[in-house]
Design a protein around this ligand. Structure first.
Ligand code: HT7
Ligand code: ZN
Length: 857
């Protein structure tokens, strides 16, 4: 397979300033005619052949300047067209079959509607084109179709004309004045209804807003619309970014490979990130809608107005936009809780990637299939890297850097280097060494050792860092790390101010005076750098920080470290009684502490996930870790039973609303049930059943059902059946029904998954459904790491079966098997065996082939 390399970049020989597209729409057959104005790129080496990418296309008609093209040829699936001069008009016709497009890339059918997905390389499945992000064109789109089947016709930009024909068809013309790369092209045609609203920008532009959904879903779009308006306002206030068209459309589709897509003026969303009401969506779902609506909207500047030169620069738009959506959600809710959630995601998804066979820098050096690089590294670590720049510069200077970046590169296809340079110039930072964060993969391990000299009152911190070897990068340089610390006085429980240490070397020391007693070190406060931190803190120090740290992240982290120590130690030598008691006391204090709100209390009561512990324990026995975790839950549930039941009782009296107090109450209710269930199954089952039956919202109902689903009690089956019957018509809730059962910590969970795969509601064609069942199972260590190896086999079977249908989605399951190096040898051998079985398949997509080959290395 071809490997594309970052350093081989060449500018395009031909530019396409304008493209006019005509669509004659049909579910079975859509005809597309494109007229491209092409001209030689003065900044590139001259080439008299126009290279047009195609994927699964045939040119039904091909004209140059109005005459049949001569001398053209196919090179694989691409079209090569010799052109004699500097500027030409090229016309091409293609025929598409949306109904059979199960890959969901290009133009496809979903529930009777037509829609597109072009990022990263989907446009070439619609039209022959230089399908690369540094070719920017002005698009005019005219589409016609049956009025009954496609009453709504949408594309990018603003609608400039429309009309009806006598044969029952109608047409619309959309014009997007902003030059854009082909990956931002979009078209939607179908029977849709809109929630409409408006927004007036800071410059006075009146923008018509619409959220389009299938008839019947419109009542569940209020939160998405509110989130959109909040995003537009927030981007003006915080980043000075204003919207630039008269129309902003969002369309929700139920068959979608990812979360959403930021097409210019016409965002297309997975229904999962649009539809929400209290009866069908949890508080977490509401947050996800807000975050993803914000994310896609923010791309209008970080991605669309300034786009990427090539796909190696993906983090330029994705890392920056994730940081922007994280800041937005923090401002809309609780900054402290949002930070903890974001770090939890980073640790669960990105740390394993960074320490495994698929590790890559946030700006990768090579790829075979770009879809495999829409990763937690590019997105979430990319956001952390830009967050560090913000930490080093401070918010005001960071804003100056961001302003300069947008001003310098508006209308361009830029690079990560352009962003870093703008930050250097605009924010006044020296980022020469910092560029390593774009080059080196791997999570730095930082060790901080503290010594105290009673005579001089001096405290010395010796900081050592090491960046682990990753594929293709055996030797690493030391990273620049902004490490926020505070030194606490044990007696008063206060500190003398937060400091940011700028670490630049493999080993260095920092000294501070004025400490009569050894202080307690609070380090990496606010998770100021995406590192694995090791300190020599005693259990007593951690207990102190868990109770007293004024940085909420550090407080959470101290508790997590106590849990982690206990869980990792317990798999070798059983529980550590004093530590367990200290944890119970710290948890009791968290329950009682009236100074923290329930949203934060809910976070503090959560034990670390097994998939995070596997990272630290390597080589891990996941089931032994699971058992240790269950034992600790049972211990805490027993020790804290009175307080947890009181907490559950108190929270159960709070009425439903979307405000923080009410959401916090729901969060602690489920956390209390989780701990109590491990201690007293029968009593907790009664409590959970009561919560389920009394629920007037999905958060309570799903939380209770998830707890019930892990228990062996008669009501379990009854409630699962009730849930299914109650929501039989709602695909997103039926996804929950599948996921709840696949996440159960029960010995028969794999039988259940197998049965569910044969359920009439299960389909391989809908990525949400596949993920609900199989991604949840792969993420459930108790199921996936079943000692028989059956979990591994089931995921390999899925990959092989799904690959011919939807290779992109299939490839996303491979990394679970690729984590074999972290797992004890017997299971690791079985995981490898399944990877080899996939690799041996006669025909594999490029997507799966790349992931499997790299995972076996
Ligand atoms: N920029 C969007 C990426 C995306 C995508 C990529 C590959 C295949 C399908 C896809 N759908 C959306 C999403 C985002 O980050 O906003
Ligand atoms: Zn994005």
């Amino acid at each position: 397979p071809d490997t594309i390399r970052r350093l081989d970049y060449q500018p395009p020989a031909w530019l396409v300033p304008d493209i006019a597209l005509e669509f004659d729409l049909g579910i079975e057959l859509t005809k597309v005619r494109a007229t491209l104005t092409v001209r030689q790129n003065p900044d590139a080496a001259r080439d008299q052949t126009l290279h047009l990418c195609g994927d699964n296309l045939a040119a039904m008609d091909l004209l140059v300047d109005g005459n049949p093209a001569e001398g053209w040829s196919m090179s694989g699936s691409n079209l090569l067209l010799p052109l004699p001069g500097d500027a030409h008009e090229v016309t091409i016709e293609t025929h598409l079959h949306p109904a059979t497009n199960s890959q969901l890339m290009g133009l496809y059918a979903s529930n009777g509607m037509l829609c597109t997905q072009c990022e990263a390389e989907g446009f070439r499945r619609i039209m022959f084109f230089p399908d690369r992000p540094d070719v920017l064109s002005r698009y005019t789109v005219r589409m016609k179709g049956d009025r009954g089947a496609f009453p709504i016709l949408l594309s990018n930009g603003d609608m400039t004309a429309s009309g009806e024909d006598e044969d029952g068809t109608h047409w619309a013309e959309w014009t997007d004045p902003w030059p854009k790369p082909s990956y931002l092209f979009a078209l939607v045609a179908g029977d849709l209804v809109a929630r409409r609203d408006g927004f007036t920008t800071m410059g006075g532009r009146k923008v018509d807003l619409a959220v389009w959904v299938r008839p019947g879903d419109e009542d569940r779009t209020e939160h998405a619309m509110r989130s959109l308006i909040n995003s537009m306002k927030w981007d003006e206030e915080v980043f000075g970014r204003e919207y630039d068209l008269d129309t902003f459309n969002i369309v929700a589709v139920s068959d979608f490979n990812m979360g959403a897509m930021e097409n210019k003026g016409l965002n297309i969303f997975n229904t999962r990130y649009i539809l929400a009401d209290p009866d069908t969506a949890t508080d977490g779902d509401f947050d996800a809608v807000e975050g993803v609506v914000g994310h896609e909207y923010f791309h209008n500047w970080s991605g669309n107005r300034v786009t990427c030169r090539d796909w190696f620069q993906l983090s330029l738009k994705e890392g920056f936009t994730v940081l922007r959506d994280q800041m937005f959600s923090a401002d809309m809710g609780s900054e402290a809780v949002k930070r903890i959630e974001d770090v939890r995601i980073l640790r669960a998804a990105q740390f394993p990637e960074d320490s495994g066979p698929l590790a890559h820098p946030i700006r990768p050096d090579s790829y075979q299939e770009i879809s495999n690089f829409y990763t937690a590294t590019v997105y979430n670590k990319g956001a952390e890297v830009i967050r560090m720049m913000r930490t080093m510069a401070g918010p005001e200077k960071f804003r100056q850097g961001s302003d300069l970046y947008f001003q310098r590169h508006d209308g361009e296809a830029a690079t990560c280097e352009d962003f870093v340079k703008a930050m250097e110039d605009g924010a006044g930072l020296d980022l020469s060494q910092f560029r390593l964060w774009y080059e080196q993969a791997g999570t730095p391990r930082v060790n901080v050792a503290m010594t105290h000299d009673a005579g001089s009152g001096k405290v010395t911190l010796e900081v050592k860092q090491q960046v682990p070897a990753t594929p293709g990068q055996p030797v690493k340089k030391p990273m620049p790390i902004p490490l926020k610390i505070a030194l606490f006085d044990r007696g008063t429980g206060t500190h003398d101010g937060e400091r940011t240490l700028q670490i630049t070397k493999a080993s260095e020391t920092f000294t501070f005076g004025g400490f009569a007693q050894p202080p307690v070190l609070s380090a990496n406060r606010g998770f100021s750098a995406p590192i694995q931190l090791e300190t020599e803190a005693s259990d007593a120090d951690l207990t102190f920080l868990a109770a007293s740290d004024d940085d909420s992240f550090a407080r959470y982290e101290a508790l997590q470290q106590l849990f982690t120590r206990e869980l990792l130690g317990a798999t070798d030598s059983g529980p550590n009684e004093p530590r367990r008691a200290a944890i119970a006391e710290a948890m009791g204090a968290v329950i009682d502490d009236t100074a923290i709100d329930d949203m934060m209390r809910g976070e503090l009561l959560m034990l670390p996930a097994i998939n995070f512990l596997i990272e630290l324990a390597a080589p891990a026995d996941p089931v032994a870790l699971h058992e240790a975790r269950e034992r600790l839950k049972a211990y805490l549930g027993t020790r804290l039973r009175g307080r947890l039941t009181a907490l559950h009782d108190r929270a159960s009296t709070v009425a439903y609303s979307l405000d923080a107090a009410s959401r916090g109450a729901r969060k602690v209710k489920t956390q209390a049930l989780i701990l109590l269930a491990a201690a007293d199954r029968a009593e907790t089952a009664r409590r959970a059943e009561a919560q389920y039956r009394a629920a007037d919202n999905m958060t309570d109902r799903q939380g209770a059902l998830a707890v019930m689903s892990g228990l062996d009690v008669p009501a379990r089956g009854e409630l699962l059946a009730d849930f299914h019957a109650r929501y039989a018509d709602n695909a997103l809730v039926i996804d929950k029904w599948f996921a709840i059962q696949a996440s159960a910590l029960r010995s028969d969970v794999l039988d259940a998954v197998e049965t569910l795969a044969g359920h009439e509601d299960f389909t391989m064609k809908n990525p949400n459904r596949v993920r609900a069942l199989y991604m949840t199972m792969a993420g459930n260590p108790f199921a996936f790491h079943d000692a028989s190896g059956r979990g591994y086999r089931m995921i390999a079977d899925l990959v092989l079966k799904l690959d011919p249908i939807n290779p992109q989605t299939a490839a996303r399951f491979v990394p679970w098997l690729g984590r074999w190096r972290k797992i004890e040898p017997v299971r690791a051998a079985m995981m490898r065996e399944q990877l080899s079985r996939i690799a041996a398949a006669r025909s594999l997509s490029k997507d799966v082939r790349e992931q499997v080959t790299k995972s076996l290395d």
